[in-house]
Structure formats: structure tokens, C-alpha cells
Design a binder for this molecule. Structure first.
Ligand code: SAH
Length: 211
């Protein structure tokens, strides 16, 4: 296995045209190996989706980078993430944004991610909720950016409602039985603009909490 994560990730992202210096710097510092179980650590630097347990997956890192780039995050932004999973995307968001609220419906995944992000990465601007995207409905908090890392069957209107004006949301949306498309939503004072990007493959969004 190749060992030099900073060199590997920098080359992979630059090859895809993702050469923003700030973004690259963060990707070199968050080692994908830390977010995988022992049996997958050897292939952690391959740019492919990998299992993280409980039937869930961590995305290709180039896709994580693309989605992060599409969110146009600044350090003034509050971000909502639906689907903490391994916490890999969460860590990257936390390095860019003012603060991050992350929801995960599977408690055991949430516990592992929280432990890693607090104890190893010492990230202090993240709030973790064992919750699904439907239960966030009652929240009074709104967000500048929203990212969803599980595929919704349609654009979740309740999440669009939580976006501030000038807010951006990036999510995979189910288009047909076999096709999901990454979708970027921009909310202005007047309307909500939807842009369909490219085909992706994410685990499905589900509601209800499990341990
Ligand atoms: N961003 C994660 C990807 C995890 S896969 C990473 O970098 O590892 C998607 C995650 O979304 C899974 O952990 C799944 O349990 C969670 N999920 C699915 N539907 C959800 C919902 N409605 N609310 C909260 N989490 C959800």
C-alpha cells in the first residue's frame, strides 16, 4: 500500500480539477485511514466507496471533495449534515465552517465518529445528534449550508425550509430505480433554484432511529 496520504489525495483531487489550495490543505490533514475499520485500512487511499459497517458506506474521497467544493463554504457558515456515517465528511466540513450540526440515525456509527473527531482530531465546533432528517423538522435553527449523504427519493422540502436565504444544499436524489443524481439547490429571497449535476450512488435515506 502507498503511504503518503497528502501526496496521494493532492494528486487525485488535482487530476479532477479540484485544485483550490484551502480545500487541498484540509484533505491532506484528515487521513481517510482513520475513518475505516482495520480490514479496510489497507485500501483506504483508493478512491472508491468502502463499507463502514451497519450496511453503510464512506464515499469516494474525490466525491466528498466535489460535494464540499459545490457547497461554497466560508468560515462564517453554519452547516447541517444529514448522515454522519464515519465522520469523514463531517471533519472536513468542521475545518471549513463556523459550526456543524450532524445527524445520524444509527447510534453505533455516531458514537465511533464522535469519539474520533473529538479525541483524535480535537474538533470542537460539531454538534452530534442521534436523529433522522424528519425529526429535525421542529428545530428553530436554520443553516447556511446543508449536505445530505444518503439518497432521498425527492428533494426534502422540510430541509429546504431550514436553509437561510442565499443558502446552498447538496444532496443525492433518486431519479429512477437505478439512477441517482447529485443535486445542488440554491435558495434566494425569491426562489429555489435546482441544478442537476452528475450520476452518483449513495445508500438510501431512511427514517427512524436504531442503536
Ligand atoms: N458522510 C458519511 C457517509 C455515510 S453513509 C461518511 O463520510 O462516512 C450515509 C449515512 O446516512 C449512514 O450512516 C446512514 O445511517 C445515514 N442516514 C440515512 N438516512 C438518514 C436520515 N434520514 N437521517 C440521518 N442519517 C441518515
Amino acid at each position: 500500500m502507498a503511504h503518503d496520504w497528502p501526496a496521494i489525495v493532492t494528486r487525485a483531487l488535482e487530476d479532477k480539477g479540484l485544485n483550490d489550495a484551502g480545500l487541498l490543505d484540509i484533505f491532506t490533514k484528515i487521513d481517510r485511514r482513520d475513518f475505516l475499520r482495520d480490514s479496510y485500512k489497507d485500501i483506504a487511499y483508493d478512491d472508491i466507496p468502502l463499507a463502514i459497517g451497519r450496511g453503510q458506506t464512506i464515499s469516494q474521497y474525490s466525491l466528498v471533495a466535489f460535494m464540499t467544493h459545490a457547497l461554497e463554504i466560508s468560515d462564517a457558515h453554519s452547516v447541517l449534515e444529514v448522515g454522519t456515517g464515519s465522520g469523514y465528511q463531517t471533519a472536513i466540513l468542521a475545518c471549513l465552517a463556523r459550526d456543524v450540526v450532524t445527524l445520524e440515525r444509527i447510534k453505533s456509527l455516531q458514537n465511533l465518529a464522535r469519539k474520533l473527531l473529538t479525541e483524535v482530531y480535537a474538533l470542537t465546533n460539531i454538534t452530534y445528534h442521534h436523529a433522522d432528517s424528519a425529526s429535525v423538522l421542529d428545530a428553530h435553527q436554520t443553516f447556511d449550508r446543508i449536505i445530505v449523504t444518503a439518497a432521498a427519493t425527492s428533494v426534502p422540502q422540510d430541509l429546504v425550509n431550514l436553509l437561510n436565504v442565499d443558502g446552498i444544499m447538496v444532496l443525492p436524489c433518486v431519479e429512477s430505480q437505478t439512477v441517482q443524481r447529485l443535486t445542488k439547490i440554491k435558495k434566494s429571497a425569491k426562489n429555489v433554484h435546482l441544478e442537476s449535476l452528475f450520476r452518483v450512488k449513495f445508500v438510501p435515506m431512511r427514517q427512524g432511529l436504531v442503536q
